[in-house]
Write a protein that binds this ligand. Structure first.
Ligand code: FNR
Length: 183
C-alpha cells in the first residue's frame, strides 16, 4: 500500500494553540496510509533575500521536509483578517531561491479555527491567493471555517462529537485530493 507523507504547517506559535490542536486531531481522522508531520516554523529567521545563497539550517530542513512530502496541510488562525506573519515568513522561505520553490505542485488543504464567527475565512482566502501563485493545487471544497468554541475538542484532544461528521467529511475529501494529485 502506498504511503502518503503530509507536511503540516500550523500558523500559530502559541503554546495552547487551537490550530495546533486542530492539526493534531485532524491527523487522527486520516486513513492508515497517511502520516502527518508538523513542521517547526518558529525558529526560522526573518526571510532576507541576501541569505538565499546560504540559507540557515532551519530553512534547509523546512525545504527538505516539504520536498519529502506528498501533500501539504495548512492549519492557520486569522490575524487581523489575514494570515499570521510567521506563516507568510515560512512560505516565503520555502519559495526561494527563485525557481527552486519547494511548494510547487504539492497538493494542499487549507483549514483553520479562530474564536471569531467567520472562523478564519479571510485568512484562508488570502492563503489561497498565495498558494495559487506558488502553483499549489489546493482543495476547493468543502471549505472549513471552524469556530473555536467549547466542545470543538473532547478531553482526549479528539474532535468533539458536534464537529466530527463535518471534519471527517473534510478529511475524506482532502485524502482523495492528495491521492489524485500526488506524483
Ligand atoms: C487575532 N484573532 C483574530 N480572530 C479572528 O477571527 N479574526 C482576526 O482577524 C483575528 N485577529 C487577531 C490578531 C492577532 C494579532 C491575534 C493575536 C489574534 C483571535 C484569534 O482567533 C485567537 O487568538 C486564536 O486563538 C488564534 O489561534 P491559535 O493561536 O489559538 O491557534
Amino acid at each position: 500500500m502506498a504511503q502518503y507523507q503530509i507536511a503540516v504547517v500550523v500558523g500559530s506559535l502559541r503554546r495552547d494553540s487551537f490550530n495546533r490542536k486542530l492539526a493534531t486531531a485532524l491527523a487522527k481522522l486520516a486513513p492508515a496510509d497517511f502520516t502527518f508531520k508538523q513542521l517547526p516554523i518558529g525558529e526560522l529567521p526573518h526571510y532576507n533575500q541576501d541569505d538565499d545563497a546560504a540559507p540557515a539550517e532551519s530553512v534547509k530542513r523546512l525545504k527538505a521536509d516539504i520536498a519529502a512530502a506528498h501533500g501539504l496541510l495548512f492549519v492557520t488562525p486569522e490575524y487581523n483578517r489575514s494570515i499570521p506573519g510567521v506563516l507568510k515568513n515560512a512560505i516565503d522561505h520555502a519559495s526561494r531561491p527563485y525557481g527552486q520553490s519547494a511548494w510547487k505542485g504539492k497538493p494542499a488543504g487549507v483549514i483553520g479555527t479562530s474564536i471569531g464567527a467567520i472562523g478564519t475565512a479571510l485568512a484562508q482566502q488570502h492563503l489561497r491567493n498565495i498558494l495559487a501563485y506558488l502553483d499549489v493545487p489546493t482543495l476547493g471544497q468543502p471549505e472549513a471555517f471552524v469556530q473555536a468554541k467549547d466542545g470543538l475538542f473532547d478531553e482526549a484532544g479528539n474532535i468533539g462529537t458536534g464537529s466530527l461528521a463535518f471534519l471527517q467529511g473534510w478529511m475524506d475529501h482532502y485524502v482523495a485530493w492528495v491521492k489524485k494529485h500526488a506524483a
